[in-house]
Design a protein around this ligand. Structure first.
Ligand code: MLT
Length: 270
């Protein structure tokens, strides 16, 4: 059963989802979504594990605006996650994220490496943005400010899901659209700006000595297989799993296969 709770983190009410009990597994969500993307994984938490999925600042239900507490860099998200773990009395655990959630996991690793007993890097990459990527982000900030979340959904949805999902899983597209359209415009713009300025995390890969699960949808066109392979090669204890018929949002597109891979990793590597 999934529990939904709120605690005050860095003077801000933060929602997190939780299920199971035992060793912690912390899952950080993608842009511009919220903790709900992890519901399929929380619904089948393996015995002996406690899954925790927080909303990153500005995202999630009832977050009308980040006014006054705007995110400037991904370190702000990492700082919130660190403070949440402190608040929950969690010193260490398996920590990871999908896409932007993976970028935040890298930022958290840089500030608190001792918290990681395992790492999950799903549909993400270690490199910083290219110059073209940064230009595209600046255009997206303009679009969010001018036209709002619906325009972002129109632009992002075709890329976020793989062709198989577009053809056969209309309910996933509808869920993702709903989440994007409910995200506040200022939180979106801040997160895009934070991703635009994120540092290259590639040098960190060699310092990550805990077991690491690298997951990627075979149809991921945003952070494709080559990015996952490059990370897996540099990590000393990595397992690479490619999820067939999944795009960039693999945890939602093929939730059973994602959960199975996560469960196998948790049971065999820990
Ligand atoms: C995400 O899914 O979090 C974003 O696609 C990440 C990005 O734009 O780099």
């Amino acid at each position: 059963m999934i529990r939904e709770a709120r605690v005050s983190v860095n003077r801000r009410s933060t929602r997190y989802l939780e299920s199971g009990s035992g060793w912690p597994v912390v899952l950080l969500h993608a842009f511009p979504l919220n903790a709900d993307i992890w519901r399929p994984q929380l619904e089948r938490v393996p015995p002996g594990w406690r899954m925790i999925a927080p909303d990153l600042r500005g995202f999630g239900p009832a977050e009308a605006s980040t006014a006054g507490q705007r995110v400037r860099t991904l370190d702000d998200f990492a700082d919130d996650t660190d403070a949440l773990l402190e608040r929950l009395g969690i010193a260490e655990g398996v920590i990871g994220g999908l896409s932007m959630g993976g970028y935040v996991a890298f930022a958290l690793f840089r500030r608190s490496p001792e918290r990681f007993t395992g790492m999950v890097l799903a549909d993400t990459r270690s490199e910083a943005d290219s110059t073209e990527g940064q230009d595209a982000r600046r255009k997206m900030i303009e679009m969010v400010n001018l036209s709002g979340p619906r325009a972002v959904a129109d632009q992002l949805l075709p890329k976020l899901l793989g062709p198989t999902s577009h053809e056969t899983r209309p309910e996933v597209a509808a869920t993702v659209r709903r989440m994007i359209e409910s995200a506040p415009a200022d939180a979106m713009a801040d997160a895009v700006q934070a991703m635009l300025t994120r540092p290259d995390s590639t040098p960190d890969l060699e310092r990550i000595s805990c077991p690491a699960l690298v997951l990627v949808g075979a149809e991921d066109g945003i952070t494709p297989l080559a990015d996952a392979e490059a990370m897996a090669r540099r990590l000393s204890r990595s397992r690479l799993v490619v999820l067939p018929a999944a795009g960039h949002l693999s945890s939602l597109e093929t939730p059973d296969a994602f959960s199975r891979a996560l469960e196998d990793f948790l049971i065999s590597s820990m």
